[in-house]
Design a binder for this molecule. Structure first.
Ligand code: ISE
Length: 343
């Protein structure tokens, strides 16, 4: 139990980390942003300068080891996560690690095991913000409460206006964008993904050379559910996220507030957010606030390292499917054997 404000440090203050810095410094109760670190020192200095009293630290590992930091929010690129999360575990720090947990399943599984062996208890939450978005939460509540009967199908749409410069190959769309729908489907169905098939039409002429964009994913869930996801990261329009769940007695949809806007010039239907920071601003606030409250109580309540591992394993199989268009089975480790809990 931590009685005073939770002292938080942020590792990685690019687009998302800087957004979290503003959030933690201005509107999260029970927390104090104390330090930021970034591979680009100037960027850390710039973000720290916006928030009086916040230190900038050159080396992320010094921030993680700092006794004056109780909890770490990791918003660095996915390839840096394994070592940084391992350091957090070694120092017993509560951690909120942005998705993806890591970019390959072997390293993600190592983190599941390291949390078990080094910390002996859950310390890490993975940043899948859809689970905190009020509309998604309402959908989940409705499905679990039972009036719609058994969930049969989920249809997702996930579009961005343009891809970030570092999206240089088609796998980035799977690992960094589709990963959200992988987690959302596991959560909504309460089941793992059994196979994934990834198909692509002719690529948009607006997508950078070599990027197979858009993509369509099909998930066969354990237990018989099916999910489709369109991911289109250079749609030119804006940030559109929708999710329709089809159950035996009815359907329910998240994101209908954006449904009428289909043209690039925002011509009708009202404004559409430019990116995830606007569309999910409320979800991020709720997510980070819930994490802070959970840290005060010494627990992890959001998506776990297992959730991060399972999502990464599905994406890895998805990248393999991209090569052939054939279904690829997701081979997960035995959860009960690893964590000693029922699957
Ligand atoms: C980004 O990293 C996110 O997490 C966004 O939610 C997603 O829409 C985008 O495609 C990713 O690059």
């Amino acid at each position: 139990m931590i009685e005073r404000p939770l002292r938080v440090g942020i590792v990685g203050v690019g687009t998302m980390g800087a957004d979290h810095a503003d959030r933690l410094a201005t509107r999260i109760a029970g927390a104090e942003l104390v330090a930021v670190a970034d591979a680009e020192a100037a960027r850390a200095a710039e973000v720290a300068a916006r928030h009086p009293g916040v230190r900038h630290v050159a080396d992320p590992f010094d921030l993680i080891a700092d006794d004056d930091v109780d909890a770490v929010l990791i918003a660095s690129p996915g390839f840096a996560h394994e070592e940084q999360v391992l350091a957090c575990l070694a120092h017993g720090k509560y951690t909120l690690c942005e998705k993806p947990l890591t970019t390959d399943s072997a390293s993600a599984l190592r983190l599941v095991e390291a949390e078990r062996d080094k910390a002996g208890r859950p310390l890490v939450q993975v940043g899948f913000m859809r689970r905190f978005d009020p509309e998604y939460v309402e959908l989940k509540r409705l499905l679990d409460a039972g009036p719609l009967g058994r969930l049969l199908l989920v249809h997702n749409i996930h579009r961005n206006k343009t891809s970030p410069a570092w999206f240089r190959d088609s796998a980035a769309i799977v690992n960094d964008s589709l990963v959200h729908e992988v987690d959302a489907c596991r959560w909504l169905f309460g089941a793992e993904v059994e196979t994934i098939t990834l198909l692509t039409p002719t690529a948009s002429g607006r997508a950078p050379e070599g990027l197979r964009d858009p993509q369509v994913a099909l998930f066969h869930m354990v237990g018989g559910g099916l999910a489709t996801t369109e991911v289109f990261i250079n749609s030119q329009v804006g940030y559109e996220v929708r999710c329709e769940a089809v159950a035996e007695l009815g359907s329910a949809t998240v994101g209908l507030g954006q449904q009428m806007l289909v043209r690039r010039d925002n011509a009708y239907g009202g404004p559409i957010p430019d990116d995830y920071r606007q569309r999910f601003a409320g979800a991020y606030d709720i997510e980070v606030q819930a994490w802070v409250r959970a840290c005060h109580r010494g627990v992890v309540e959001g998506p776990t390292t297992w959730d991060g591992y399972a999502a990464t394993a599905v994406c890895e199989a998805g990248v393999a499917s991209l090569a052939t268009g054939a279904p690829v089975r997701v081979d997960l480790a035995d959860r009960a054997e690893i964590l000693g809990v029922r699957p």
